[in-house]
Design a protein around this ligand. Structure first.
Ligand code: SF4
Ligand code: SF4
Length: 92
């Protein structure tokens, strides 16, 4: 399945990936020291630098730039949804 911009990543804006940035070497630098991204507004769950967030946080764009030659969009979504579910099951 090729990338379809209308088939966007099914993010429910839970904010969990922004609370465990230390779990990935690509996002660890964003941690404020406890795994939570220094740019996350914990009250609203929103990214305070959304318009200027790193490429690694822009899921569709990151896929297009780095992964589309290696992985179908469907496979990418399925793998990442599994990670989302694990993060959502984690207690914090
Ligand atoms: S963990 Fe997944 S569903 Fe939650 S905000 Fe991050 S990308 Fe979206
Ligand atoms: S920069 Fe924004 S989108 Fe990226 S991890 Fe931090 S709060 Fe989340």
């Amino acid at each position: 399945m090729s990338f379809n911009i209308n088939n966007s990543f099914p993010c429910n804006a839970c904010g969990q990936c922004c609370r465990y940035v230390d779990k990935s070497t690509q996002t660890a630098y964003l941690s404020r020291g406890d795994g939570v991204c220094r740019h996350l507004d914990e009250q609203s769950n929103l990214c305070m630098i959304y318009e200027h967030r790193p490429l690694v946080c822009q899921v569709e764009k990151y896929y297009q730039v780095y992964l589309k030659e290696h992985l179908s969009w469907q496979d990418f979504v399925e793998r990442n949804v599994q990670i989302c579910q694990k993060l959502q099951q984690a207690s914090y």
